[in-house]
Each structure stands twice: as C-alpha cells, then as structure tokens.
Design a protein around this ligand. Structure first.
Ligand SMILES: O=C(O)c1cccc(C(=O)CC[C@H]2O[C@@H](n3cnc4c(=O)[nH]cnc43)[C@H](O)[C@@H]2O)c1
Length: 217
C-alpha cells in the first residue's frame, strides 16, 4: 500500500499506477499520528481480509535540505527518522531513545532503497519526520547539525513506518521536493511541480515495488 497525507498526493501516485495492478493508494492524513492510525487501520483491514500488504510506502511532497535536494527532485529515504520525538533540555534536544523509550529510526530494506533510487534517479539519505514544518534558518541548521545525512523533511514517514513495523511489514519513503527547508516562504512552494515529479517517479518505481522484484537477490 502507498500512504500519502492528502488526496492530491494520493491522486498523483495513483495516476502513475493506474495500469499496475496490486497497489492501493490511501490518503491517511497530515502528521505522524494520523499517518500511523490510518496506515495501521489499512494494514489490519487487509490482514483480516486475508490479503495482507507486503510493503508500505510513505509518499508525498516534502521539504528538501539545500543544496542536496532541489525543488522538483525526488528523494528515497535510507533512514526514516523522528526528528522531534524527545525532550528539550538546557543542553539541547534529547531523543526518546536516550530517555529509555521507543525508537526514533526505521530502516527501509537497503536493496529496495538502492533499486528505487536507481530506477528514478532519486537521491538517498535520511528523511526526517517533523510535527512542525521548519520555518527558520536556525531550525534548519539545528536539524542538519543533528542529522548530517538529512536530505528532506516531511510529516508522515515515521508514523507510517511505526505502523508497518507493528505489522512486520517493510517500509519505504519517497518524497518529491516542493520547497526548501528553511525560512518560511509558502509562496515559493512548488506543489504542482512536486506532484508531477511524484507521478513521474512512481511510473518508474512500479516495477521495483512488485513482490517478485523485492524478493529477487
Ligand atoms: O495545497 C495543495 O494543493 C497541496 C497539495 C498537495 C499537498 C499539500 C500539502 O500541503 C501537503 C502537506 C504535506 O507536505 C509535506 N511537506 C511539504 N513540505 C514540507 C516541509 O518543508 N516540511 C515538512 N513537511 C512538508 C508534509 O508531509 C505534509 O503532510 C498541499
């Protein structure tokens, strides 16, 4: 299944997969909590139907960290990281794992990441999940300092990945860059271009996402 935040993203992906059977594209909501709830519900429903999903893809538009991920480019996550799940302290941000709880990283299957990037020309790297869209240069610099391999941020990947992990299903995250991470400038977001890049990217991804390909060495 492919989980997007909003219907416009779902439709951009579904356009590419119209002739490829076996994919369900669902808009599960904005943010990690809605994404986790919607994805978990879809996974449970499919399992109860006797047709469990074998892969979950978190897909949509996202912010790209300059200069690695320019507008309109595609990014495939080799690590899906919860960037603001933790505690703020006088010494700085502390992730929940250092407080003794949970997890902050999910790792998509490396062979699938490589194949997806090769098929689409996407960059690979860490994709951060945030509950608040970055809106200042200072926050961008802070995130980049904490996550030097970050190429993009979005708001759903970690939630989708948590649901997939609970079901023992692998996860992939694919983002088309609609805006640069940094000082907020909503007028500069290029959503149309990013949605087109998403459609083009998923057109090339379809053969990579089918189970036969995933299981081949
Ligand atoms: O207004 C529209 O037409 C429209 C069409 C498709 C998507 C949107 C959204 O606003 C989706 C929000 C979605 O985008 C992700 N996103 C994009 N840029 C960033 C960012 O810089 N930082 C974090 N998230 C970003 C995010 O995953 C949201 O769910 C509008």
């Amino acid at each position: 299944m492919i989980a997007t935040a909003v219907p416009a993203e779902r439709d951009a992906v579904a356009r590419a997969l119209a002739d490829a059977p076996g994919f369900d594209c669902l808009a599960v909501g904005v943010g990690p909590a809605a994404a986790a709830a919607g994805t978990a519900t879809a996974l449970t429903t499919a399992a109860l139907r006797g047709e469990p999903y074998d892969l979950v893809v978190s897909a949509g538009i996202g912010g790209g960290f300059p200069p690695d991920a320019p507008l309109g480019s595609l990014v495939v996550a080799d690590a899906v990281v919860a960037a603001d799940l933790g505690a703020e302290t006088a010494e700085g941000f502390v992730p929940v794992t250092e407080l003794g709880f949970g997890t902050v990283v999910h790792t998509p299957p490396p062979a699938l990441v490589r194949a997806a990037a090769a098929a689409t020309g996407a960059r690979t790297g860490t994709v951060l999940t945030v509950s608040t869209v970055t809106g200042t240069a200072a926050r961008c610099a802070e995130l980049k300092a904490r996550h030097p391999r970050a190429v993009a941020e979005a708001m759903e990947g970690f939630g989708v990945a948590e649901a997939a992990a609970a079901h023992g299903v692998p996860v992939l995250e694919v983002r088309a860059v609609s805006n640069a991470v940094g000082p907020r400038d909503r007028a500069a977001w290029r959503i149309g271009e990013a949605l087109s890049a998403l459609t083009e990217g998923f057109g090339k991804l379809a053969p990579v996402l089918v189970p036969d390909f995933q299981e081949s060495p």
